[in-house]
Design a protein around this ligand. Sequence first.
Ligand SMILES: Nc1nc2c(c(=O)[nH]1)N[C@H]1C(S)=C(S)[C@@H](COP(=O)(O)OP(=O)(O)OC[C@H]3O[C@@H](n4cnc5c(=O)[nH]c(N)nc54)[C@H](O)[C@@H]3O)O[C@H]1N2
Ligand SMILES: Nc1nc2c(c(=O)[nH]1)N[C@H]1C(S)=C(S)[C@@H](COP(=O)(O)OP(=O)(O)OC[C@H]3O[C@@H](n4cnc5c(=O)[nH]c(N)nc54)[C@H](O)[C@@H]3O)O[C@H]1N2
Ligand code: SF4
Ligand SMILES: [Mo]
Length: 916
Amino acid sequence: MYQANDSAPMSRQVKTTCPYCGVGCGVTATLEKGTLNALEGDRQHPANYGRLCVKGSSLHETLGQRGRLLRPRVDGVEVDWDTALKAVAERLTAIRSQQGNESVAAYLSGQLLTEDYYVANKLFKGFLGTPHLDTNSRLCMASAVAGYKRAFGADAVPCCYEDLEEAELVVLVGSNLAWNHPVLYQRLKVAKTRNPLMRVVVIDPRVTDSCEIADLYLGLKPGSDACLFNGLLSWMAARGKLDEVYLTRHTQGLEETLAAAREEECSVAAVAADCDLDPERLETFYYWFTSQLHVVTLYSQGINQSSSGTDKCNAIINCHLAGGKLGLPGAGPFSITGQPNAMGGREVGGLANQLAAHMDYHTPGAIDRVTRFWATDNLTPTLPNGPGHKAVELFAAIERGEVRALWVMATNPAVSLPDAARVRAALARCPLVIVSECVTNTDLLDYADIVLPASSWSEKDGTVTNSERCISRQRGLLPPPGEARHDWWIICEVAKRLGYGEAFAYAHPAEIFDEHARLSGFENASDSTGTCKRLFDISGLVGLDRDAFDALAPIQWPVTARAPQGTARLFEDGRFATDDGLARLVPVRPRAPEQRLSAARPLRLNTGRIRDQWHTMTRTARAPRLMNHRAEPFIEVHPDDALACGVADKRLAVLTGEAGEYRARVRVTNAQRCGEVFVPMHWSDCFTRQARSGALITGHTDPLSGQPESKHGAVALAPLAIVWEATLLVTDGLTDATLWCDSDYWTRIPMRGCQRWQLAGVQAERDWLERLAAWLPESATLWCEDASDGRLRAAAVKNGRLRWWAMIGPPAELPGLAWLEQRFNETELRVQYRSRLLAGCDDGAADTGPTVCSCHQVGQRKIVSAIREGDTSVEALGARLACGTQCGSCIPELKSLIEEERAHERTEPTPESQVA
Ligand SMILES: Nc1nc2c(c(=O)[nH]1)N[C@H]1C(S)=C(S)[C@@H](COP(=O)(O)OP(=O)(O)OC[C@H]3O[C@@H](n4cnc5c(=O)[nH]c(N)nc54)[C@H](O)[C@@H]3O)O[C@H]1N2
Ligand SMILES: Nc1nc2c(c(=O)[nH]1)N[C@H]1C(S)=C(S)[C@@H](COP(=O)(O)OP(=O)(O)OC[C@H]3O[C@@H](n4cnc5c(=O)[nH]c(N)nc54)[C@H](O)[C@@H]3O)O[C@H]1N2
Ligand code: SF4
Ligand SMILES: [Mo]
C-alpha cells in the first residue's frame, strides 16, 4: 500500500494544511527523526500567511497511537484487512441482491480528502447504483449551496479572503468568526486597523467574541434574518438605492422579489419590531449597507441551520445583487465553509442531490456524460436517475427498514444529527453498519458491525478546498499507526472485491485527483462567450504526475486553459452560470422556526461552537491545553431566565427538549438574550453523561436544502437537584472509570498524565472514604475530612507517585489544577510536596485560575492580578505574561477582564464577576 516516505533525513520540513476549519491554513511541520514535534503557520500560504489559531498550533499534541483504531474489526472481533474487506463486500452484495441497489447507502463527511470523497461517490453512485450517498455537509452548508444555485445557477462562492480586507463594510451574520474561523478573523481585524474607515456589523442573537471589532451589533430575535434582509431590500428600493444598471444587465426577478418583500409591512419600525431590534440601529445598518459599494456579507450557521436557511441565504444575496455589490474586490455574499474540505465534497458531488463534478441529476445530459466518463455503460445497474435521501431522510429510511446497509466515513451521526435518539435507534436496527474511523472513542462505534481503521491527518495525502475555493495539499508526514489505512485505499479495495477492480485501480491519490480534474473539464468546453458551462472546472490541473501533484501549490478554482493560475473572484464580468447568464433575485417570504416554543418548553435553544474544541472532540480533546478554556459542557443563560428557572451560575442544570435532555453547568451571562439559551455542540457520551445538543433538536429541515434547524430548538430549563459534587484526578490507566459513570452527572476532562472527572449526585452519600475505596483500585493514603458538611479531600500515593486525588465539595473550591497536574507527571513525588497535596498547591505558589490564553497557558487569576497592578491594556498584559500574543483568540476575553476590573474599581465592593 501507499505510505508516506519516512526514510528521509533526520530533520525535514513539510508543508501541509490544517485539518480543522474551512479557513484552510497552511502548516509547516518540522519532523525530527520521523517525529512531528513542532509546527508553525506556513508563511507563504495565501489563507494564513504564517498565522495559526490555537487548534492549529496544537495539532502535534493530538498525534500518537494512544486512542487510535489500529486493526479492523468485524462483529467485535479483530481481523486482518483481507477478512474485513471481504466481509464488507460480501455483506453489501448480499443486501443489495436481496433488497436492491437502493438498500445500500453511504454517509460521508467534509473531513474526507477530495480523493477519498471522489472514489466513494464513484463507487456508490456509479457502480453500486444507489443515489443514497449524502454527507454531513447537509448539516452545515446545504442551505448555502442551495442559495447559491438558485441565485447564480451554480454552487459557487464568489468571494476570496482578500475581499474581507478590501471591503469598506463587513457584515458578519450568523457567524462567530472570532472563534470558528480565527485566522480569518485576525486578518479582518488587522485590515480594520489599517483602514480606519472600515466598518464591521455583527448580526447574532448572542454577543460573541466577534463583537470585539463590531462598530454595530444587532442582537436580533433568532430566526428573523430573512425579515431583516427583506427589509433592507425594500429600504434600498424606497430610497432609490438600487443599482438599476446592474439589475437590468445582469439579473432577473427584481419585481417579484420586491413584491414578496413588501407583502409584510416593511417600514423600519415594523421590521425592527419583527426582529426585536432598536429601529435606529437597524436603520444605521441599512444606511451603511446602502452607502458602500464594497460590502462583504459573511454568513454561516446562524443562517444555514434553519428550516428556511436557503431563503435566508437568498435574502442576503438579493441585497447584494440589487446593489451591484458583487464580482468586484471587497464585495459579495460570502458563505464561509466550516469543515476543511466541505468545498471539496461539493466539488465531487458528495451531496445526495448531486451526481458528480458540479453536475446534478437534472443537469441536461449529466447522467449520460458521467456514465460515459466512468464507463459504467456496460454495467447493470447503471447510474441512478434521480437524487437520493438527504441526511435526515436517510436515517428515516434506515428506521423504516428501506436502507439496510450504511457505510459511515469521518463523521459521527450518533452525535451530530438532530433527533439523536431516533438516529441511534435507526442505527441499532440497521442490519449492516460499516464505520471508517481513526479513533477508538466515539459514540458511533457502539453501532458498528464492521470497523475500519482509517489514517488521519499527518498520515493522509491528498487535497482539500477551503472557503475561498483554494485547493491545497494535505501531505503525508508520518506512517499510519498499526494497520490503519487511507480512506481512498479502503474504498478501492472494497470496490475490487465487488468486481470493479479496473475502475478503481489507483496506486496513488495523484491518479484520483487527475481523474477528478478530467471529469471537471469533460465536455465542459467554453461556449462562444467564453463562459464555462460548469463553473467548477480544474482541467488546468489535469496530467499532474506524482511529483507535480506533490509539489502542487495552493490554487483557486476554476483553473483552466484560460485561467491557468486559478481564479480569485467569480462573476467579475457579470455573467452567471444560468442558461441566460443572468443572476436571479429570489422572492423570500420569511418563516418562523418550525420548532415552536410552548409553555412546557418556553426557551429558544441556540447551539454552536466553542473556541478550542472541534466538533465531537475526538481530536481536540487529545491536546490537554485545549480543554482548559471550557472544561465542562455548559448552558449559557440570561440572568433573568436564571432567576426565573431557579438555576445559578456555576451550578448544574438540565435542559429538556421534546425528545431528550442535556445536563451541564450554568453560565449566567448578559451575552445571552432573555428567553434564549446557548449550548455547545461538542460533548458526546464519551466525555459526559448527557450533554449532546442533538438530543434536544428535532428533525425539522429546510424543504429545499434538507438542512436541519440546529439553531432553533425549544427547551425548558431547571436546576439539577444534586446534593454532592466531587472532583477526581486519576492517573492515566489506573481505572476505566465505569464505576462512577452512573453518577447523575459526570464529565471527563483529559489532562496531561491524568484524567479529571467532575461528578455529582442527587442522593446523599454516607461515607465518602468508603465510596472512594469502591471506585478506585488503590486506597487513600492521605485525607482530611470535615464531617459537619461532608467536605473531604483525599489522595493516594504509591511508590512515590501520585495515583489519584479527590475533593468532595463544590468545584468552585478547587485550586487551580496546574500544580496537581505536574505532580501526576513526577516519577518521584518530592517529600515537601506531599504535605501540600491535599491543598493542591505549593506554599506561596500562585494559583493561576482557569486558562484564558490557551497558547501560552495563562490563567485568569494571574491576568487579573496583573491588571490590578497596572497592566490595563492588552499590549501591557501581553508584554508581561505573553497572553494574547500568539493566535490572539483570547484578546476579547482579556479586554473583558480589563473592563470588569475597571467596573470593579468604579463600584467596589461587588460580588465576584460572572464571566469566568
Ligand atoms: N473552534 C471551532 N471552530 C470551528 C468548528 C468547531 O467545531 N470548533 N467547526 C467548523 C464548522 S464545521 C463550521 S460549520 C463552522 C461554523 O461556524 P459558525 O457558523 O460561526 O458557528 P456556530 O457557533 O455554529 O454559529 C454561529 C453563530 O450563529 C448564531 N446564531 C444562532 N441563531 C441565529 C439566528 O437566528 N440568526 C443569526 N444571525 N445568528 C444566529 C449563534 O449565536 C452563533 O454565534 O465552524 C468551523 N470552525
Ligand atoms: N446541535 C448541533 N448539531 C450540529 C451542529 C450545530 O451547530 N449544532 N453543526 C453541524 C455541523 S455544521 C457539522 S459540520 C457537524 C459535524 O459533526 P461530525 O462530522 O459528526 O463531527 P466530527 O467530530 O468532526 O466527526 C468526524 C469523525 O471522523 C473522524 N475522522 C477524522 N478524520 C478522519 C479521516 O480522515 N477519516 C476517517 N474515516 N475518519 C476521520 C473523527 O475522529 C470523528 O469521529 O455537526 C453538525 N451538528
Ligand atoms: S483558523 Fe482554522 S484552518 Fe487555521 S489553524 Fe485555526 S483551525 Fe486550522
Ligand atoms: Mo460544519
